[in-house]
Write a protein that binds this ligand. Sequence first.
Ligand code: SF4
Length: 426
Amino acid sequence: MTLAVDVVVRYRKAVTYGVHAVLAALETSGVEHRQLLGVTPEETAAHIAASRADRVLVLWSFYSPDAEAMAAELATVRSLSDGRGLHIAGGVHATAEPQQVIDAGWDLAAIGEGESTIIALVEALRRGEPLTTVPGLAVKDGDGVALRTRPAPQLPLDAFPSFVGRKGPIEITRGCRYTCRFCQTPFMFGGQFRHRSVASVRAHVRGMVEQGLRDVRFITPTSLSYGSPGPDPDLGAVEELLAGVKEELPPHGRVFFGSFPSEVRPEHVTPEAMRLLRRYVANDNLIIGAQSGSDRVLAASGRGHDTSPVRDAVRIAVEHGFRANVDFIFGMPGESEEDQRQSLALAADLAELGARIHTHTFMPLPGTPWRDAEPAFIPLTTMRELDRLAQRGDAYGHWRRQAEHSARLAETAKSYPRRTRRRRTG
Ligand code: SF4
């Protein structure tokens, strides 16, 4: 006998991309279930309470800075739905900190890429099988310890669609071969690129056009790495992708590449690459990751480039008609006042060249090599300079709010020392 399963999603705008991928995997798997979206805690609880299914699985996904607020929401949803439902947290925070997630009240944590796990989980619930048979989970044992099942596989990107029947950017690359110590991407998705095939991207675009959509955007850790296994761009592969997408689009269709929600690495911004983009893309801006004006800090952060390609990238981008939005992170571990002075000087130079500076504050994110690193102090003089850049319209960003998140994450990390309380099961 099989059981009926309802999958209720606590659906938040902040995390739609990953959730769409997981729902698409489930929808195309052929595993019978019903999906319901709750856009507020109240609606989520109402779906759970009204469900007539034998099992109600409730999906949550959030980034590390939101973990505390989501735990409070979970408590609200539980109280409004009489404690019904099996609540699972997925995404990068749950992957890095399964014990924290279990202690905060979730029944399960999904570890790693969610597509295979969700399919196996719904199947196990339908068959009444033990959850320890499902790969990629942390399951709470009798004394509250998060026990891990076997790891979920990292499959080729074509194995699952980016989304089905929804709109959103198409994920063209997953994983990253670079090793920036502040970044969760290589930890979550692996240290190699996995690229979606052009045929799969074109199929996504055809589906979007059928829905009347005409704008195509992409998710990738580094746009100009598309099709390449290593550090050097394969512009032939990029052109095949962009030309293929254009062929699927109506004449007024638009392709956005190297802009939100993705970016390019500075050393990839060459005249040849810019001429190629100009032929195909509709965006008037590029997002370029510089991160610091200090070669010492860039080396310590494992960025894989120094400051020299950054000025060139902005100049070349501007010469080819793109506005450069350049990412900087302040407060990286070990950063001195002199390093910050160098970052502010580079930011001012880039603004002179026509760039806008996107300012961030370093956050010790779970799963990264710098999870336990002390954020560097950002003195008042640096803050005033950042404010001055913003007042002139040369900078934007949420660095103040991120500074608060940073302090909170550092506190939480202290109460969950790395590599403790992990046992494997299944
Ligand atoms: S910051 Fe960008 S280039 Fe660096 S590891 Fe993360 S995704 Fe890769």
